[in-house]
Design a protein around this ligand. Structure first.
Ligand code: NAD
Ligand code: UDP
Length: 308
């Protein structure tokens, strides 16, 4: 697994180890942590500490390709590096698959739809992406990664399976990664103001990480796969609704502080998951209130470690 020391990577490795697989992890710890490599379900195989954009050693049955910073704060901190990771990292994964016969699940993103003009987003929609904005390194990088994967499939017959992941959240998100769920939970538990960007009417749909892990594993195991496949929770919330939910679930008395909307922030996003339902028999099971509660409980425990 590339990116196995990151947020989704942690949960996916944990589940694969529990199922008895051997899992090697490639990561350069740009946003991942060594702590995320310790699992209660088993021990990882080899740790390959390198950039995914360099040639990948080893022979595998399958590669989950997750390596890439995912939060806007992180991917905008080093945009050229992000673009290189998204495009050239996928190229290296495809090259490894071509040489060894491995299949690959490629973690793409709902960001390929940009600020969508079609709602909800189906896989057929080509998107509405600004190629020269501050999100472009990630959005266009991931689109480029999809192109590389599809051309390796067409030219070299590589079994590349593209999944477009929509906002995913859960325990062990980094406190400082700037994403909306981690920011809101962290702020609510510390009693700090909840920072809602813009007027908070922009929408997102939030998938609990264990549901996402289930979808990723089904994508790897499916006999018949048609790229790309949306993976996400189709229940849509306004960001300000999410803020109120977090406040209530954490019994926090924090206020809501409205701040300027970052540029190119998509105004709405909701996956059409018909293809995932049909091909993978997959749909999210954990309602947002339940997932948020689990996240808040874990955040509280982790904060307690530092504060108390
Ligand atoms: P994350 O930042 O927690 O994890 C990414 C991991 O990749 C980290 O361990 C990081 O150190 C590693 N990494 C980054 N650049 C690397 C490089 N050049 N070489 C080697 N390792 C590198 O992010 P995440 O939330 O776990 O996301 C995992 C994947 O899913 C990413 O590809 C992301 O684009 C995609 N995705 C995530 C979400 C989400 O909501 N979490 C949404 C859409 C897509
Ligand atoms: N957001 C917010 N406050 C925050 C962090 C994010 O209002 O403290 C908003 C952000 O502007 C966006 C939504 O929440 O509209 C989701 O942001 P996130 O960075 O989690 O993911 P993405 O924009 O990539 O979907």
């Amino acid at each position: 697994m590339t990116g196995g020391a990151g947020f989704i990577g942690f949960h996916l490795v944990r589940r694969l180890l529990a199922e008895g697989h051997r899992v090697d992890v490639l990561d350069n710890f740009q946003t991942g942590t060594r702590e995320n490599l310790s699992h209660d379900t088993g021990v990882i195989g080899r740790l390959i500490e390198q950039n995914v954009a360099d040639p990948i050693p080893g022979v595998y049955d399958g590669i989950f390709h997750l390596a890439c910073p995912a939060s806007p704060v992180h991917y905008q901190a080093a945009p050229l590096e992000t673009f290189r990771t998204a495009v050239w990292g996928t190229w290296q994964v495809m090259e490894s698959c071509r040489q060894t016969g491995a299949k690959a699940v490629i973690a793409s993103t709902s960001e390929v739809y940009g600020n969508p003009l079609v709602h909800p987003q189906t896989e057929e929609y080509f998107g509405n992406v600004n190629p020269v904005g501050i999100r472009s390194c990630y959005d266009e990088g991931k689109r480029g990664g999809e192109t590389v994967a599809m051309d390796y499939r067409r030219i070299h017959g590589v079994d590349a399976r593209i999944v477009r992941i929509f906002n995913t959240y859960g325990p062990r998100m980094l406190f400082n990664d700037g994403r909306v769920v981690s920011n809101f939970c962290h702020q609510a538990l510390l009693g700090n103001p909840i920072t809602v960007y813009g007027d908070g009417t922009q929408t997102r749909s939030f998938c609990f990480v264990t549901d996402m892990v289930d979808g990723l594993i089904r994508a790897m195991e499916a006999e018949h796969f048609v790229s790309p496949v949306n993976l996400g929770n189709p229940v849509e919330y306004q960001v300000v609704e999410l803020a109120k939910m977090v406040l209530s679930l954490s019994s926090s008395s924090s206020s809501i502080l409205f701040k300027p909307l970052p540029s190119d922030d998509p105004s709405r996003r909701k996956p059409d998951i018909t293809r995932a339902r049909t091909l993978l028999g997959w749909e999210p099971r954990i309602p947002v209130e339940e997932g948020l509660l689990q996240t808040i409980v874990e955040f509280r425990q982790r904060l307690g470690k530092y504060v108390g």
